[in-house]
Design a protein around this ligand. Structure first.
Ligand SMILES: Nc1ncnc2c1ncn2[C@@H]1O[C@H](COP(=O)(O)OP(=O)(O)OP(=O)(O)O)[C@@H](O)[C@H]1O
Length: 293
């Protein structure tokens, strides 16, 4: 199998929002961050993968299987964590785990116990009494304990403070690496994605602006700092041009095109800087809005 998850040209239309021809491929063993601002369509995409919402066009295959025809078989092999998952608040952690385990033939009691210990979740505590962070941790334990081949994590760090976020991410990364799982996880916190993901998909207003290796994306973007002004020929290849330190700064995602367009080549003395995923996301979102306008 060359891909664990393939989304091909998926469109889903709501009254005031549309996922538009979304395509991405998650290779086996990869961690992909799905990044986008609020309302970009991340949760809708997760729901589409799990056939919780019906897509209008396109196709989704998980483990090489069509997501509609093989919905139940796929769900048994997938772990899903989302803020929206309803819990039975009156059950204890132990009772809930017994309930969930009955659904999965591959459920591993010893693994659940180990994860529960690792995340310091008391078996006797009522789910309704858990803090938000501990509910997320429980959700992750439940998702991992049936040894899923694919983990779908929709904003696993949402609403957590910085300490709890880092703790959860690090635990998540440890567990994932130990078990060599494939993961798609969404966040609007780019620093979280930068920390753990080897692949990224950037989504803005329902459209994918980039999908691929994070290193390739970050390797192709640079900030250019110039003491004078940019030549007009170079401007089409620059985003976010603004005055800076008596000169100008702009960012580009296409250094080759910028070099070709610059009369006489980029002069010595022009500074090139690497930029963060967050800045790339902002620049791509701007480009995507301009193209969609
Ligand atoms: N059932 C629905 N009916 C109509 N519109 C919907 C429905 N579900 C989601 N939407 C709209 O689709 C858009 C995308 O929502 P979605 O929850 O997928 O975004 P998101 O990227 O997950 O956002 P966030 O980061 O805020 O969770 C939003 O404008 C939302 O209002």
């Amino acid at each position: 199998m060359t891909s664990i998850l393939t989304i091909d040209g998926v469109t889903k239309r709501y009254a005031s929002f549309m996922l538009e021809k979304v395509s991405l491929t998650l290779p086996p063993g990869a961690i992909m961050g799905l990044i986008g601002p609020n309302g970009a369509g991340k949760s809708t995409l997760f729901k589409a993968i799990l056939n919780l919402v019906r897509i209008d066009t396109g196709s989704i295959t998980v483990f090489g299987l069509d997501h509609r025809r093989h919905e139940q078989a796929i769900k048994r092999r997938v772990g899903f964590v989302s803020e929206e998952i309803p819990f039975y608040d009156s059950l204890t952690v132990a009772e809930l785990s017994r309930f969930v385990s009955s659904y999965y033939p591959t459920w591993d009691d010893a693994l659940f116990a180990a994860l529960q210990k690792r995340f310091a979740l008391s078996a006797h505590k009522k789910v309704g009494d858990l803090s938000k962070g501990n509910r997320m941790k429980l959700s992750l334990c439940l998702a991992l304990a049936h040894r899923p081949e694919l983990l779908l994590l929709d904003e696993p760090t949402a609403g957590l403070d910085a300490v709890a976020r880092r703790e959860l991410l690090e635990e998540m990364l440890d567990v994932i690496q130990e078990e060599d799982r494939s993961v798609l996880f969404s966040s609007h916190i780019t620093a979280d994605v930068e920390r753990v993901a080897d692949y990224v998909t950037l989504i803005h207003q329902g459209r994918v602006c980039y999908t691929g290796l994070r290193d390739d994306l970050q390797g192709s973007w640079r900030r250019i700092l110039i003491s004078g002004d940019f030549p007009p020929e170079a401007r089409p290849h620059l985003v976010h041009v603004e005055p800076r330190f008596g000169g100008y700064a702009g960012v580009t995602g296409d250094m080759d095109a910028l070099r070709r367009s610059w009369p006489g080549g980029i002069p010595a003395g022009v500074a090139l800087e690497a930029i963060s995923l967050e800045e790339i996301l902002i620049a791509l979102a701007k480009q995507s809005s301009e193209q969609g306008a």
